[in-house]
Design a protein around this ligand. Structure first.
Ligand code: NAI
Length: 327
């Protein structure tokens, strides 16, 4: 039972891959790089491939299929980086590994607090021994309305976490959840734009909600609105966000994810000239906190995704019901 593992990180993942593959009786072929056509041959003789957020396009899917791959699992919750049509075309099943929502929810709450308390500016000043107060006055959550878009596992946890802060909460999702109603009222997207002081995104990226936050929807928001995105970069039109920050319409943003982050995030680029102007501009603003898609990254998450991604492979190979299969 062979599994090809891509993007294996030696410093935190290796020991767990070794432990769980031994426990599950799986043989691993490992590679620290992202999968591409030049290293697809690693998958020869492997029934399963284990990846992270690297795009898997039709060509790569075809190469995997030719090598005998039948199951592709991503050590992430989101799977928008995988061409599911191609997977169906080449008969490859796809699974994910949805670890607990608390790590990302904690992070979203942290970005909300950092944004409303102007923490980026405060830290920059403290580092330079500038202990002045001008320009760093914050706002209190209890005075604000938080709009949560997407009330699945993470959005729901954010709502329950925020319930202790005394803020008003409104929520939008395609499907309502009874638990959410204990703390928040479901409203339309139009009401989220009109009423929220803080908007936090927790939906998957789909064709339907690509650039959900754009020039038109930002125009309907409150002046000084705070936008937090720990979901996917493509939910926000970066150009529209930049213009709205420049004119003061958006008061602050916390962005764990941005458009065109693939190839940048998780690599050391300090000596490189990067081909992502929008990221450079967003990073330069004193009221925008950018992090490199790491809201998930906790001790608990690493262990859980490795265990569940490999368990999914094992179940698949044994022809058993696999709760993590998504397509
Ligand atoms: P989930 O599947 O439990 O919840 C997603 C919710 O979004 C569902 O309730 C669904 O009905 C709703 N939804 C889908 N399309 C929508 C739309 N167009 N408008 C409104 N609601 C919509 O997913 P979970 O676990 O809560 O994760 C949410 C997202 O967070 C993931 O899809 C992923 O993109 C992102 N994520 C980011 C991480 C990071 O490290 N920054 C880590 C983990 C997840």
């Amino acid at each position: 039972m062979k599994v090809a593992v891509y993007n294996l990180r030696p410093f935190d993942e290796k020991e767990w891959f070794e432990q769980y593959s031994k426990e599950l009786g799986l043989q691993l072929v490992t590679c620290s790089d992202a999968p591409d056509l030049s290293n697809a041959e690693l998958t020869k003789g492997c029934t399963c491939v284990d990846i992270i957020t690297s795009p898997i396009n039709r060509e790569l899917m075809e190469a995997f299929a030719k090598n005998g791959v039948k199951y592709l699992v991503t050590r992430t919750i989101g799977y928008d980086h995988i061409d599911l049509d191609a997977a169906r075309e080449f008969g490859i099943h796809v699974g994910n590994a949805p670890y607990g929502p608390n790590g990302v929810a904690d992070y979203a709450v942290m970005l909300i607090l950092m944004s409303i308390r102007r923490m980026k500016r405060i830290m920059q000043r403290t580092n330079m021994q500038d202990y002045t107060l001008h320009g760093i006055q914050g706002r209190e959550l209890k005075d604000l309305t938080v709009g949560v878009i997407g009330t699945g596992r993470i959005g729901r946890t954010v709502i329950s976490d925020l319930s202790g802060f005394g803020c008003k909460m409104i929520a939008y999702d395609l499907y309502e959840n009874e638990e959410v109603k204990k703390y928040a009222s479901y409203v339309s997207l139009e009401d989220i734009w009109a009423q929220a002081d803080v908007i936090t995104l927790h939906t998957p990226l789909t064709e339907e909600n690509h650039h959900l936050i754009n020039a038109e929807t930002i125009g309907k928001m409150k002046d000084g609105v705070v936008i937090v995105n720990t979901a996917r970069g493509g939910l926000i039109d970066s150009e529209a966000l930049i213009s709205a920050i420049e004119c003061g319409k958006v008061g602050a943003a916390g962005l764990d994810v941005v458009e065109k982050e693939f190839g940048l995030y998780y690599y050391d680029h300090k000596n490189d000239i990067l081909d992502n102007r929008q990221l450079a501009i967003l990073r330069s603003f004193p009221n925008v906190t950018v992090s490199h898609h790491m809201a998930f990254y906790t001790d608990n998450e690493v262990k859980t995704v490795i265990r569940d991604s490999l368990t999914g492979c094992k179940l698949f190979m044994e022809g058993k019901k696999n709760p993590w299969e998504v397509a």
